[in-house]
Every structure is written in structure tokens, then in C-alpha cells.
Write a protein that binds this ligand. Sequence first.
Ligand code: GLU
Length: 281
Amino acid sequence: MSKPRLRFAPSPNGYLHLGHALSALVTWDAAEKLGGTALLRIEDIDRNRCKPEFTQAVFEDLAWLGLSWPEPVLHQSERFPLYAEAANRLRDMDLLYPCFCSRADIAARATGTDPDGAPLYPGTCRHLSNAERIERLERGDPVQFRLDSGAAIARAGLLTYTMIGPTILDRPQIRYARPERWGDVVLQRKDVPTAYHLSVVVDDDAQAITHVTRGKDLEAATDLHVLLQMLLSASAVCYHFHRLVTDRDNQKLSKSKGSPSLRDLRAQGWTPADIRRAVGF
Ligand code: GLU
């Protein structure tokens, strides 16, 4: 069997905090226990929010924690043509359609919420005629492209994936994926020809990742990734979901809520050993 390959894949839209430190430490520890390799991927498809100084800080913070990666870092912002090509394959299968709805349109007609609590897309643009699509595309209306999830799921059939936990050395379990709870997700955004779910699947395959270690907050999204892997003939991956670091109010840490960054803590005199202890390592 080939050597296990894992990855840590932060989005450089702010400085890393303790939640990222836990995720990185889980990944490198799992790679070591499995006798494999941990790689670094920069998920910087959001050209407005991601900044080169945050990417630079990821390198510095991880090195400060004592982590290193043996292969060149993959930057998603350099790979848009590859994601567009994957989207085109889905388009050729008739599984992608243009959507012209605004956020307000969707909020007004949503049919429920997805596992992240966001409004479920009501499918409005799935029903547009080809003539109407062409007219709106030619007019230059802002457009995003969505997966026709009903057709995609019918094509993929019953989907399962392998989950390892609570520790990385536990016996693998087989789980059923339930992508239907996400509805018709966006796979190509208005600003870039991809979206998180598409890029992550293309890149896990391109980097020959065997084990994805990620926080429990991304557990439900795995359903979609397994669906896309099947549709794009990408290799299957084992998943390991780790606990999240929470604040005093039991909320997940986040950049937007101003959780202290690793560099703030470092400036206050914390050592890498303090960080490890704080996240239970
Ligand atoms: N880039 C994602 C994040 O920072 C994680 C990607 C993944 O593990 O799939 O939340």
C-alpha cells in the first residue's frame, strides 16, 4: 500500500488561532502515527479576503510550532483553470446550471436550511429554459453555477465513505453520505470559477491525499465531497474528524469574532509548548 498522505489546508483570510493549531497538530500527529506525510495547502480562492501577509504568517506560525512539510505548498489561487476544467466535466454531464439569484431572492424563497444553517436553495434557476439562460448570460447578468443535486445523486447512487475515529488508529467505520441535505450547492462562484467544495475535492485528488483530518464543523460537508469524488472519478479518502477548540461561551473560535491569533499569544510570551498544552496536545 502507498504511504499515507495528509494535508493541513487553512484559508489565509486572517491569522491562525488555537483552533488552527489543534487542526495542524492533529494532522502532523496522525501522519506520524500512520507512518505518512503531512502536506500544506493554502486555500486562497477568495481573492478579496485572502492576503499574502496571512499566507506568509501561516508559514511562520507553523514553523514556530515545529511543523514542516516535505513537498512544495499548493496554492489554490494558482489553480483556477484546473477547477474550471472539473466544473466543465460536471457541465458536460448536465449536472451544473447557471443561477442568477441574489442572496435576497434565495432568503425569500428558501425551503429550509442546510447543515451549516444557511438557507437551502429553492431551485429557482434549475427551471429556467435554455433560451432564458442564454439571454441572461449574454446580457452579462452576475452568475454562479450550481450542482443539480437531484440529478447528481441519482447518477452517483448510494454513497459511503470511511471514517476513522475517535483516534486515528481506531478501526475504520463505513458511513453513508447524505448529500441531499445540502441541496443545489454553488460550485462556481460569481467571482471565481470554483467554490470550496469543488477545489477541495480536485486538490485532495491531485495531491493523492489518503486521509483528510478536519474539524467536526466540516463533518457534514464531507457528504458533498464524497458525491463530487464519485462524479469526478477522484480517489476515495478516509476521514478523521477532530474536536473543536471553543471559547468561554462554548463557541468555536473564529477570526471574525476576534479570537486571539497565535501571533498575539506569541507576543504575550506563549511558547510552542504552551500552545500545545492549551489545545490538549
Ligand atoms: N480551508 C478550510 C478551512 O480553513 C479547511 C479545508 C478542509 O479541511 O477541507 O476551514
